[in-house]
Design a protein around this ligand. Structure first.
Ligand SMILES: Cc1cc2nc3c(=O)[nH]c(=O)nc-3n(C[C@H](O)[C@H](O)[C@H](O)COP(=O)(O)OP(=O)(O)OC[C@H]3O[C@@H](n4cnc5c(N)ncnc54)[C@H](O)[C@@H]3O)c2cc1C
Length: 312
């Protein structure tokens, strides 16, 4: 029977929604137990949140000042030290998990299963390849623990009505000093986080300039949405790079995605494959975005967006 350990992703004392998505993926294994490990300088608040995720039987905390920042090389030996006895070690397929999980896999002498989008068996998983244009079934060796990243966009958040026990662990692992925290440069915004927002409005090259992007921000604020962008809009300097949606940007799965002045290149569509309702606003009725849009509005964005705002 499987026993799954999930590495919690958190920041500023709050658990990231990706952890509850990992729990959903773990539940698909019908395991004997699902446990979460929280590494932090002071893990109490995050551990309490993790303990409320339904289906979780135990939360293990590893308190260490060295865990104040999520540095993969520092955290991996600590996770590996508590990973004995688990058949699976999961983390989210976010920047955090993509950084950390391969390090854990290496320390456990196994390879990583990336971007798990479906569970077919205890060691058999589906994952996207070719920028999401095909899905492959992969089988992990059964004589090693499975270390995997879970594709957040493919799984719902597990409910928050659980009450798992929280247990502090003392870990005896040598922590490397060759990788040290120097500083963090992060953009700040009052808008919802792009990766976990229920609604996203994205602008493309069609928006025309950084100044014109105001129309996208205003509309997004009106409907409480996060703001994304195509790579062309990022490359043109209209918006910063962390707003890019797509193959080389963020893979998202909001309930509502509104693409404004975006043509619908395959690399962009890869990032929104799991979105609920897709609305496209484009003046070119033949734009490929309309092939996947649930609702298509053909026309000038500078006319349609104010009209929509007024109609609300
Ligand atoms: C390896 C690789 C990785 C890539 N990764 C990504 C990625 O992660 N994300 C991504 O987005 N792209 C990615 N791309 C780039 C991708 O191929 C496209 O070039 C890009 O998505 C195009 O962006 P766009 O739709 O904004 O621009 P365009 O293709 O130029 O489309 C602009 C659209 O705006 C419409 N428009 C113009 N004016 C208006 C107006 N006034 N009102 C309404 N509509 C208007 C036009 O009709 C047009 O359809 C990648 C490419 C490669 C090769």
């Amino acid at each position: 029977m499987s026993k799954v350990l999930i590495v919690a992703e958190h920041a500023d004392g709050k658990l990231n929604a990706s952890t509850a998505k990992c729990v959903s993926a773990a539940q698909a294994l019908s395991p004997a137990a699902i446990e979460i490990v929280v590494l932090a300088a002071d893990p109490a608040a995050v551990a309490a949140e993790a303990a409320s995720i339904a289906g979780v039987s135990k939360v293990i905390t590893i308190a260490n000042a060295a865990n104040a920042q999520a540095i993969a090389q520092v955290q991996a030996p600590q996770v590996a030290a508590v990973a004995g006895g688990y058949t699976h070690v999961f983390g989210p397929s976010t920047t955090f998990g993509k950084d950390l999980m391969p390090c854990i896999a290496a320390l456990l002498s196994t390879s990583q299963v990336s971007d798990i989008m479906a569970v077919e068996g205890s060691h058999t998983f589906k994952r996207p390849i070719y920028a999401g244009n095909a899905v492959i079934t992969v089988e992990a060796p059964s004589d090693h623990p499975v270390v995997g990243t879970v594709r957040a966009a493919s799984w719902p958040e597990a409910a928050k009505d659980g009450s798992a026990a929280v247990e502090a662990a003392t870990v005896d692992a040598a922590l490397p000093s060759h990788t040290r925290f120097v500083g963090l440069a992060a953009g700040s915004s009052d808008r919802p986080d792009l990766q976990s927002a229920k609604r996203v409005v994205s602008g493309g090259r069609g928006v025309g300039s950084a100044e014109n992007f105001k129309i996208i921000y205003d509309f997004a604020d009106k409907i409480g949405a996060a703001v994304g962008a195509s790579r062309a809009a990022v490359d043109a300097g209209y918006v910063p790079n962390e707003m890019q949606v797509g193959q080389t940007g963020k893979i998202i799965a909001p309930d509502l995605y509104i693409a404004v002045g975006i043509s619908g290149a395959i690399q962009h569509l890869t990032g929104i494959k799991d979105a609920g309702t897709i609305v496209a606003i484009n003046k070119d009725g033949d734009a490929p975005i309309f092939e996947i849009a649930d609702i298509g509005l053909v026309g000038d964005l500078f006319q349609i967006l104010p009209d929509l705002e007024q109609a609300m």
